[in-house]
Each structure stands twice: as structure tokens, then as C-alpha cells.
Design a protein around this ligand. Structure first.
Ligand code: PLP
Length: 398
């Protein structure tokens, strides 16, 4: 292979996939891999889902792109469906998660500004958070490894420890515009925010004139077995960022807000060339056709149970390899006792894909259409990987 003319920002696995079908990916040489990475929680309906393929093809023959200078019927339909299914009244479409977060942050700051509080522009975030790779979202995430070398951190992001209510209360001041949190941390290592903490956040925001922003870019769109993860806690945000699964593989993000929270975003305050283009809207609507079907979320919850039980038994059988099982629904994490990169490699040898995360965790993010049988097949492969790794380590230490 000739050296590729790409930035060196990724350490890529030497795998070249040519096509996919459901939860399976096929390499150029015809080898089959079970895809429990799903493009990092993106391929919510698996690969080459017939309804998505048909929708994309048929839209491609009509019109691809228009810009936001004109009315786009697909935007109207998708926004109506999203607001009908959530707390939100207003929607802005983007192409990615980071852009959805940028819109969420701007919406919160602009809300405070338009209510006569321009001094309220700080956003409180949590350790271990990940909100994207733009300059504002690396400041929001607050991780040194992503901030280093990119000049002064964007102002106005204050970070507090995870699950620490007293620290959070101390950090909320007259300068705070909003609190931003992932209901389930993805890249941070599959840490679930407790229902009580989410409820306490809502109360704290209400008491202090602060907006609550949920980042459901990774945990949203059915991944936890509810349409959005915050529904488990029975609290709603003022603003929410969504991406990944909503496009099923087509670049699509959205920022959702209540009418009040979005009230500062008047004509001219924000924009995008591509966001909400007809191709993205067609696919987003097609994803919702499936995810909102009766029984779809029940299926996610049922298969999640199969995973839970299988992973619990994996932990019991290989306590030298597995420390803890984490996560919700089909957003699961194996916290490894060995370096997680070793376990991920051993899994890859068994032709099953996962995603690395912080805190020595491997994420399992299968397509939401995964069947119980495919889940069991995956669990068997992970078990084989753990068994081989355990034997190899024993041999090494003998
Ligand atoms: N927020 C969360 C929780 C994410 O997991 C990600 C991506 O992994 C983002 C934001 C950023 O999304 P994108 O990479 O589409 O910009």
C-alpha cells in the first residue's frame, strides 16, 4: 500500500472493509467481522439497512442539496417528528455532534444575553466529558490531551468532578449560563449519571436561572432502550444535542430546545451551509420510521438484557481480565483488568469489533437491530478472546 496523504491524527487498525450487511462487515479479502463498534454508535440500524438504502437512492434522484435559503420539506417533517417525541419545541440541523454542541452552547449563551444577562456565559461541565473536537467543544470537554497546543482555551467553561453535587453547587454562580452533561458518558468510560443526580441538576438549574443541556450525541436515539437516555430519569433538559444514531451513517446532527431556551436565536444569529440538506433529512426521517416503530425500543431493551447477562458471566469467568461491566442498554462497557488495548486486539483476532474508551474501558455499541442470536455470537467471541488472553498471560507469568 502506498503511504496515504492523510493527517497522522489517527492510529488506524489495519482493516479494510468493503461492505456491510446488518451487524456484519466484510473486508476486501472477504473476511467477516461482527461490528459491535457501529462506527462509534452511528450505524444504529446496521449496515445497508434496506429502508435507508432505498430512501437515500430515491432522494439522490430528486435533489441533494439546497442550502437554507429555501424551505426544505424534509426539515419540517423531521423537526415536527422530533418535537412530537421529545421535550423540545425547536430544532436546528447540523452535520455532526460537535456542531450540535456548538449550537447548544450558543443557544444557552444567547438566551441569557437576550434576557438581559450578557455576563452569564459560563457553561459548567464534568470531568471525563467528551463533547467534540472544535475549539469550544474541547474547552467544554476540558481534557488536557485534546487541548494541548491549540492556544488559549476558549473562555467560559468551568469543570467539576463527576457525580459531585457540592462541587457543582459551588461552581454555579451569577456568571453561569448552563450546565452541560452526557447522561451516559461515552468516551469517558461508560459512566452513567444517576437518576437522582439528573433530578438534582434540573432543580439546581431551575433555582438559579441556569439552562440544562444534555449531550445525547452518543447515548440518544434508542441506544439505552428509551428514545433518549434522560427519559429513564424522568427529567427533561432545556437544550439537547443529538447526532450519530439519528443519521444511521449519514452525517446528521441536531440541536433541540424548548421555545423559551431557543428564544434568543433570532434570524441571523446562527447558520450552516449543509445542515439539514435534503439527503440528510430523508435519511433522518427514515431512521425515525424504524426507531419509532412499535416494539423497536422493546427489542433494544430485550437484547440489552442478553448482553448484560452474558457480560456478567464473562466477568465471573475471567476475573483476571474483566474488572467491571458498565453502561446502559446497548451502550455497554467492559472495564478491563489488563490494558484494554490488549483485550480489544484479542477481540479483533476473534473477528469482533469494539471501541476503546477512557478509564481502560472497551465500548460495545452494536447496531440497535442486533438480534439475541447475534448478541450470543458476539459474547461467545469475546469470551474466546478473554480465554486466550488469560491463557497467554498465565503462560507469560509462569
Ligand atoms: N458528544 C459526544 C457525547 C460524543 O460521543 C461525540 C463524538 O464521539 C461528540 C459529542 C462529537 O461528535 P462528532 O464527532 O460528530 O463531532
Amino acid at each position: 500500500m502506498a503511504e496515504a496523504a492523510l493527517y497522522d491524527t489517527y492510529a488506524r487498525a489495519p482493516l479494510r472493509f468493503e461492505r456491510g450487511e446488518g451487524v456484519w462487515l466484510f473486508t476486501e479479502t472477504g473476511e467477516r467481522y461482527l461490528d459491535f463498534a457501529a462506527g462509534v454508535a452511528v450505524n444504529s440500524l446496521g449496515h445497508a439497512h434496506p429502508h435507508l438504502v432505498e430512501t437515500l437512492k430515491s432522494q439522490a434522484e430528486k435533489v441533494w442539496h439546497l442550502s437554507n435559503l429555501y424551505e426544505v420539506p424534509g426539515q419540517e417533517t423531521l423537526s415536527r417528528r422530533l418535537t412530537a417525541a421529545t421535550f423540545a419545541d425547536k430544532v436546528f440541523f447540523t452535520n455532526s455532534g460537535a456542531e450540535a454542541l456548538e449550537c447548544a452552547i450558543k443557544t444557552a449563551r444567547r438566551y441569557q444575553y437576550s434576557k438581559g444577562h450578557p455576563e452569564r456565559f459560563h457553561i459548567v461541565t464534568f470531568e471525563g466529558a467528551f463533547h467534540g473536537r472544535t475549539l469550544a467543544t474541547i474547552a467544554a470537554g476540558g481534557q488536557a490531551k485534546y487541548l494541548e497546543g491549540f492556544g488559549p482555551k476558549v473562555q467560559g467553561f468551568d469543570q467539576v468532578p463527576f457525580d459531585d453535587l457540592p462541587a457543582l453547587k459551588a461552581a454555579v454562580t451569577e456568571a453561569t449560563a448552563a450546565i452541560l452533561i452526557e447522561p451516559v458518558q461515552g468516551e469517558g468510560g461508560l459512566r452513567t449519571v444517576s437518576k437522582d443526580f439528573l433530578r438534582a441538576l434540573r432543580a439546581l438549574c431551575d433555582d438559579n436561572g441556569v439552562l440544562l443541556i444534555f449531550d445525547e450525541v452518543q447515548c440518544g436515539v434508542g441506544r439505552t432502550g428509551k428514545l433518549f437516555a434522560h427519559e429513564w430519569a424522568g427529567v427533561t433538559p432545556d437544550i439537547m444535542a443529538v447526532a450519530k444514531g439519528i443519521g444511521g451513517g449519514f452525517p446528521l446532527g441536531t440541536c433541540l430546545a424548548t421555545a423559551d431556551a431557543a428564544s434568543g436565536m433570532v434570524a441571523g444569529t446562527h447558520g450552516t451551509t449543509y445542515g439539514g440538506n435534503p439527503l440528510a433529512m430523508a435519511v433522518g426521517n427514515a431512521v425515525l420510521d424504524v426507531v419509532l416503530e412499535d416494539g423497536f425500543l422493546d427489542h433494544v431493551r430485550d437484547v440489552a438484557l442478553v448482553f448484560r447477562q452474558g457480560l456478567a458471566s464473562l466477568k465471573d469467568r475471567f476475573p483476571d481480565i474483566v474488572e467491571e461491566i458498565r453502561g446502559e442498554g446497548l451502550m455497554l462497557g467492559i472495564k478491563a483488568k489488563v490494558p484494554s488495548s490488549e483485550l480489544l486486539l484479542a477481540m479483533r483476532d476473534e473477528h469482533i469489533l469494539g471501541v476503546p474508551a477512557g478509564d481502560n474501558v472497551i465500548r460495545l455499541l452494536p447496531p440497535l437491530v442486533v438480534t439475541a442470536e447475534e448478541a450470543r455470537e458476539g459474547l461467545a467471541r469475546i469470551e474466546k478472546a478473554a480465554e486466550k488472553l488469560s491463557a497467554a498471560r498465565m503462560k507469560k507469568s509462569a
